[in-house]
Design a protein around this ligand. Sequence first.
Ligand code: IZC
Ligand code: ZN
Length: 437
Amino acid sequence: MEAQQIDLLIHNIGNLVTMRGEPAPRAGERMAEIGLVKGGAVAIADGRVFAVGAEDEVLQQIGRLPVTQRIDAQGRLVTPGLIDPHTHLVHGGSREHELALKLQGVSYLEILAQGGGILSTVRATRQASEAELYEKARKSLNVMLLHGATTVEAKSGYGLTLEDELKQLRVAKRLNDTHPVDVVSTFMGAHAVPAEYKGQSADYVELLIGTMLPEVKRQGLAEFCDVFCEHWVFTVDESRRILTAAKELGFGLKIHADEIEPLGGAQLAAELGCISAEHLLAATDEGLRAMRQAGVIAVCLPATSFNLRLQQHARARDMIRLGLPVALSTDYNPGSSPTESLQLVMTLACLNLGMTPEEVITALTINAACAIGRQDTIGSLEPGKQADLVIFDAPNLAYLPYHFGINHVDTVLKKGRVVVEQGQLVKPTESEPFPGS
Ligand code: IZC
Ligand code: ZN
């Protein structure tokens, strides 16, 4: 990479997690390879990484180029910006009233079958104006950024009419255009069968395939299509029809698969060549093997199984043993996972899924980037890649999941710009808008 000057040099990094290597999903034992450098530095020019590695080597590569700004990392931990590849970011309302039901032992799917759950958020989202949805989601995106996320996937799926789905997707687009965090959009009209189609799911699937998918595509409002393939939601056959139609239109495919019941969603993900399959708590070994064969990334959501008080968690150890690349995410949503914190996810992935801190950071950087098709620009700190990184007020990687329930972020850089400083948001100035806005 050529440069006239170094805009920013971060030096005196105690532990620098680079994740250097192929821009490809890391599986099996390779999930423990994090490209750790002790005593590291990162030089940034034009929003991208110019040089990264041992401090003396970076200084050598900079040579006589002028350095505009320096940050002393004071021996702390630096990682690539965290990537959240599965969220339901844009929605109206909240569902704290479900907590009491949950404590009485009413299950997630029972609440949904009674017209609550997702369907209560659908009512709130339909009632909300676009500006209200934007303001609420913007606040959550700020919280995500403050906790170290620099790229976030966001699903629709609380509108369930063409107009209300487009409204949600426009909000995600506007956030991507105005907020420092990059927002990658997924159409999830197949999140639930809306109340007005109760008992007529075939008609709703027709609406999805015949009207909604083509219009979302025509307006260029989503890159991926996702389906909630689950007992009482969409069957494997319905999911296959919807995802096949989406594939023909050129969408990348995702699927909420085998979360609660082992329906065979993992096998369907393999059959259709989905980029990722999510949840997978109930997936069989056969399903996981099929995914590995087809190159599908397993996205595990440990905050969801924790919050649903499930006895069982995703079998991340078996997935890694079978050679599947694992990514992690918050699943941020108002029902099953009302948290924006990827640091909480780190702790739960270690303690409930048995993943090591190295596997966890792989799952939240390069593998998460692969799960949203962004591995060529983000997910690792390497020359030419986007300068998205986090300085944690922590001495080493294991400290993050170990010291849990608090926020360790000190500084966040997005495209080379300091967007969080001393744990606080830095406001964009009028004259100098954030890149991409
Ligand atoms: O609002 O409950 N699992 N979709 C599938 C969700 C959780 C979000 C919700
Ligand atoms: Zn989800």
